[in-house]
Design a protein around this ligand. Structure first.
Ligand code: URA
Length: 454
């Protein structure tokens, strides 16, 4: 006969690396919310999870318990499939702004509940809020109406969705427990599952600007997201994508929104951004169950070239109160008063620009946040003219800093120059999508531990 639940017993069990019996994880989560489990007990248990890991079955139970702590969106009416994507976060990663309208233009519905920037990585909501009037605060009924009529909506999570995650994430943040694979998986998936998705694509960023430079660790996260998401009833795929250099030409909120609009207008934009965006969009079509590989790529391209994706973006901005004038004139989003060019100190080829350094420069210019309640400056950032593979002369323009004042711009310029690497020949080009992870039909729910790999 099993003993009654106590938080102490649950902590000791995980401390010893044992699997939780049915009901124990659920009692921890409900206890956190009703006050019978103290913050310090939840923190101790999560630290034990950090060191001992969890099985896929335990992670799925944790995700369901977190999901059950709040309200889900009501069921979607009949019609096209419901799909979304999640990025683990990178520098210059504006893919969400571009793929949501592309996939909507391909006939699917995309209810994208997104987050804000934290640390060196940017946040989709901050980028969209650089569009005057655009609101990310939508009641669930309005959010769903926009998805049903426009095909996509990008908004923040309401307070009612997964309150357990907000409490747990705040404890993880202050106690140094953010980087635990099972806790990341349950945090991401509980919020995504609340939107009742049919399909979900994960973009797991590998490299100094992304989730981890350790490809094995990124692969483990991708596999666990796919396995757990599948057990929760969604069709899932994960792409491991390279994040050693910022994605596209812009880093900074308004500049990235402008680059996204240029992409949807079919204007010439950076090849790396096109490559990863099209792969993520095609994967979203595949997880909807509707498309074969080649058809998916063709439909994605056609959605942009026909202008239909831009129309969906414009309709979304209008529906969320934003100024659609930015579609015709994206330059109005470059609002910082100071522009400072950064010049190449030598001739040769750019070998790379360190993404993490660029992310930190944008934060220090005021474009990111170190604490969850910091405000961000929509206008500041970096616009690149030369990135890896580009030939440069001594004195060529490498990039332009957008800043609030000249002394901040000068500091950013010298740090940016230090983030560049030059060499005598063009570097070997690497494909940016490193791997695609699909569900393993032979995987079982309980046989694998989710220990961190260090
Ligand atoms: N994003 C989330 O939503 N949760 C995590 O734990 C990490 C990234």
């Amino acid at each position: 006969m099993s003993l009654p639940f106590t938080a102490t017993r649950a902590i000791l069990r995980k401390r010893e690396g044992l699997e939780h019996p049915d009901g124990e994880i659920e009692s921890l989560v409900s206890g956190l919310l009703d006050g019978s489990v103290a913050d310090y007990q939840m923190t101790a248990w999560m630290m034990a999870v950090f060191f001992k890991g969890m099985t896929v079955g335990e992670t799925t139970r944790l995700t369901r318990a977190m999901l059950g702590s709040g309200s889900e969106l009501p069921s979607w009416g009949g019609g096209s499939r419901i799909v979304d994507k999640h990025s683990t976060g990178g520098v210059g990663d504006k893919i969400s702004l571009i793929v949501a309208p592309i996939v909507a233009a391909c006939g699917l519905r995309v209810p994208m509940i997104s987050g804000r920037s934290l640390g060196h990585t940017g946040g989709t909501l901050d980028k969209l809020e650089s569009i005057p009037g655009y609101t990310v605060h939508l009641e669930p009924a309005r959010f769903m109406r926009i998805v049903d009529t426009v095909g996509c909506s990008i908004a923040g999570a309401s307070q009612e969705i997964v309150p357990a995650d907000r409490r747990m994430y705040a404890l993880r943040d202050v106690a140094g427990i953010v980087e635990s694979v099972p806790l990341i998986v349950s945090s991401i998936l509980s919020k995504k599952a609340a939107a009742k998705l049919d399909g979900l694509v994960f973009d797991v960023k590998v490299g100094s600007g992304g989730f981890s430079s350790d490809r094995e660790r990124a692969r483990l996260l991708g596999q666990r997201l796919v396995e757990t998401g599948t057990l929760l009833g969604m069709r899932c795929e994960a792409l491991l994508t390279w994040m050693e250099e910022p994605l596209g030409a812009a880093a900074g909120n308004g500049l990235e929104a402008a680059e996204s609009i240029r992409f949807l207008r079919g204007e010439s934009v950076a090849g790396d951004l096109i490559e990863v965006t099209y792969e993520v969009a095609a994967a979203m079509l595949r997880v909807s169950g509707a498309e074969a590989e080649d058809d998916a790529r063709l439909r994605v391209r056609d959605a942009v070239q026909s202008g239909r994706a831009l129309e969906r973006f414009e309709a979304m901005v209008r529906a969320q109160g934003g100024d659609t004038g930015v579609i015709d004139d994206p330059d109005v989003l470059s609002t910082a008063p100071i522009r400072l060019e950064v010049h190449s100190p030598e001739p040769g080829f750019v070998q790379g620009v360190r993404a993490r350094a660029v992310g930190e420069i944008v934060v220090d210019l005021g474009g990111g946040r170190l604490k969850a309640d910091d405000s961000v400056d929509p206008g500041v950032g970096v616009w690149f003219h030369a990135r890896s593979g580009d030939p440069v002369e001594k004195g060529s323009i490498l990039a332009e800093i957008h800043a609030r004042d000249l002394s901040e711009a000068r500091t950013a310029a010298s740090r940016l120059l230090a983030a560049y690497e030059f060499g005598p020949a063009a570097p070997v080009r690497v494909p940016l999508v490193l791997e695609t992870i699909v569900p393993d039909p032979s995987a079982t729910a309980a046989d694998e531990s989710m220990r961190p790999s260090r």
